[in-house]
Design a protein around this ligand. Structure first.
Ligand SMILES: Nc1ncnc2c1ncn2[C@@H]1O[C@H](COP(=O)(O)OP(=O)(O)OP(=O)(O)O)[C@@H](O)[C@H]1O
Length: 315
């Protein structure tokens, strides 16, 4: 969905990105992490077509960001780490303005604003001035402005900074919903545990270079390059029938006594295949008390880059 090739970016007298290359698949949620000054915001701004690299290229949905920025902007939403709202506008006006700026036809704007406000739980704030909103509400309006044109890709630079735990949890739920709608998200944050709740991949940047890009799920490549993920099945009671029920599947570990989880490979991202297996097990009377993808935590994956502590604290 986003293809970055050999990206080099210079600020005056300072190289911020040294040949960054990465392929971000459609429908993924990328945790963009790294120490202060690593180059995360610069990379996002280049992806959004707001900064021009010295060399290299970025395509979004196959469209070159530098050659066709306007076309890319129809596919992409971006929330800067220091976003601003027009204080003297109401929420409705903020969202309508963003919709018009994104080229949504006048006759569709009112409905689109209503839909986005409902989605972000802002309907009762539509007539409030932006200046009268709380930090969390302002954040939601800014996200609303970024998604009002229903982009395929959403870039969010430190979206949760300054939010209380409740607002952060709301934001996590919102990102999961956007992913379920098929959106590809790139989210930067220094709080790994928070990103862990919804991210599928880690993209770690250090000193302007990619130090790690990996799926957080335990994956393997099968025949003809098909990517498979490992799903673990935890039993609440022994189930001798489990071996027969998993006969058609690629089983990595089997424990019919349920002392340890059994693990099975399923096609990556195929939620329907997971649902079919779970239904098959429960229909056969297997007492399943846990059924989930085997994943590494973001912190563990980040630690493999050789970093210590929180990304914001590393040297
Ligand atoms: N406008 C600018 N002029 C000159 N140098 C800049 C500018 N903006 C950023 N830099 C430098 O470019 C490098 C990358 O900065 P960037 O903001 O992309 O890092 P970051 O990973 O987003 O950091 P943080 O986690 O602190 O937000 C840093 O060394 C920074 O000092």
């Amino acid at each position: 969905m986003i293809q970055v090739r050999d990206l080099v970016f210079d600020y005056l007298g300072h190289r911020a990105l040294h040949g960054v290359s990465v392929d971000i698949p459609k429908g993924t949620v990328i945790a963009l992490v790294g120490p202060n000054g690593a180059g995360k915001s610069t990379l996002m701004r280049c992806m959004a077509g707001l900064d021009t690299p010295l060399s290299g290229s970025i395509t979004v949905g196959g469209v070159d960001v530098q050659e066709h920025p306007r076309e890319v902007h129809t596919k992409l939403g971006y929330l800067s780490d220091f976003f601003g709202l027009y204080q003297e506008l109401t929420v409705q006006q903020c969202l309508s303005y963003a919709a018009a700026a994104q080229g949504i036809a006048d006759k569709h704007i009112a409905k689109r604003v209503q839909d986005v406000a409902r989605f972000l739980n802002l309907t009762d704030k539509l007539q409030s001035l932006a200046s009268n909103l709380s930090r969390g509400q302002r954040q939601r309006v800014a996200i609303g402005q970024a998604i009002v044109h229903m982009p395929q890709v959403l870039l969010l630079d430190e979206p949760a900074s300054g939010l209380d735990p409740e607002a952060r949890a709301d934001l996590s739920a919102l990102f999961r919903t956007l992913q379920a709608k098929g959106m590809t998200l790139v989210v930067s944050s220094h709080i790994l545990s928070e990103l862990d709740e919804y991210c599928t991949h880690i993209l770690s940047i250090r000193d302007g270079r990619v130090s790690r890009f990996a799926s957080l799920a335990a994956t393997a490549t099968g025949a003809e390059g098909v990517i498979k993920t490992l799903v673990q099945i935890q039993l609440a009671a022994p189930a001798p029938q489990l071996a027969g029920l998993l006969g058609d599947y690629e089983v990595a570990h089997l424990d019919v006594q349920g002392l340890a989880p059994s693990t099975v490979y399923l096609p990556a991202g195929d939620l329907a295949a997971r649902a079919v297996l779970l239904a098959r097990l429960t229909a056969a009377g297997v007492a399943v008390c846990g059924f989930q993808e085997v994943r590494t935590t973001l912190q563990a994956s980040y630690d493999q880059t050789g970093a210590t502590g929180r990304p914001g604290e590393s040297a």
